[in-house]
Write a protein that binds this ligand. Structure first.
Ligand code: C5J
Length: 224
C-alpha cells in the first residue's frame, strides 16, 4: 500500500489497483472563446491548472498506472442531449450551436476535444459522456471492472459539477476516491472550496482530498 497525507485522514491505496480519472479538460470549458466563456465565466481559473493536471498524468504514466480521460459531449443529431439540458437558461450559445471552435460540445468538433497539453496517448482510455457523471450512459463501469481497480484518483473540471458528480457515483459503487486539490478547478472559487469540504466531511463521506505534492511524496517514499 502507498499512503498519502490527505484530508480528513491518510488515504492508502494498492498501486496495482488504482486508476486516474481526468474529467472534461476540454477546450470548450478551458480556452478563451469557448462555451465556458460564452456562459460568462472567467476561464483563466481553469487554464491555470493545466500544468498540474499534466504533472499528475505524467506521474501515472511513469508508474504505468491506468489513465482515463472523460469528455462531456453529444452526438451531432443531439439524440443523447435531453431538451432539459439544452434549453435551460438563457445562454448566448447552446449545446449544438456553432461556436468559435465548432459546434458546442458536439463529438468530433474542435472545442469538444481535450486541450493540446493533455491529449491522451496510446493505451489510455477516453470516455465520452452525455451527462455530468461519468458513470451514466458510458462504458466507464465496464472499463473499471476490466481493470480490477478499487481506488480512484480524480482531476479535472469543474470541481462542483462533473468532478463531484462522478466522485459521488464512484463512491456509491464502492470505490475509494482521492481528489487532487490543485488538479481540479471551478469557475467559482467558493464552489471549489465548498466541494472539497463536502467531499471530505463526516469522515470522508465521498472521499479524500490532497495536493499533488502529497501524492508525489508518497509515491517517491514508496520507491525508496
Ligand atoms: C459543466 C463540467 N460544468 N465538466 N461541465 O457543465 O463540469
Amino acid at each position: 500500500m502507498i499512503t498519502v497525507d490527505a484530508q480528513p485522514f491518510a488515504f492508502s491505496f494498492p498501486p496495482e489497483k488504482v486508476a486516474l480519472i481526468v474529467i472534461d479538460m476540454q477546450r470548450d470549458f478551458i480556452e478563451p472563446g469557448g462555451f465556458g466563456e460564452t456562459l460568462g465565466n472567467d476561464v483563466s481559473r481553469l487554464e491555470a491548472i493545466v500544468p498540474t493536471v499534466g504533472a499528475l498524468i505524467d506521474l501515472f504514466r511513469a508508474k504505468g498506472w491506468p489513465v482515463i480521460h472523460t469528455r462531456e459531449n453529444h452526438a451531432p443529431d443531439l439524440s443523447d442531449c435531453p431538451p432539459a439540458k439544452r434549453l435551460r437558461g438563457n445562454p448566448k450559445l447552446r449545446i449544438g450551436d456553432d461556436g468559435a471552435m465548432g459546434r458546442i460540445l458536439i463529438r468530433g468538433e474542435a472545442g469538444a476535444e481535450i486541450v493540446d497539453a493533455l491529449l491522451p496517448i496510446e493505451g489510455e482510455y477516453v470516455v465520452d459522456k452525455p451527462g455530468k457523471g461519468a458513470f451514466y450512459a458510458t462504458d466507464l463501469p465496464a472499463i473499471l471492472e476490466d481493470l480490477g481497480v478499487t481506488h480512484l484518483m480524480f482531476a479535472g473540471v469543474t470541481t462542483e459539477v462533473c468532478v463531484q458528480t462522478t466522485m459521488r457515483e464512484a463512491n456509491d459503487r464502492g470505490f475509494n476516491n482521492l481528489l487532487i486539490e490543485d488538479a481540479t478547478e471551478s469557475y467559482f472559487a467558493a464552489f471549489k472550496q465548498a466541494t472539497l469540504e463536502m467531499i471530505r466531511a463526516q469522515g470522508a463521506i465521498v472521499g479524500w482530498t490532497a495536493p499533488l505534492s502529497a501524492l508525489q511524496a508518497a509515491v517517491s517514499g514508496a520507491e525508496s
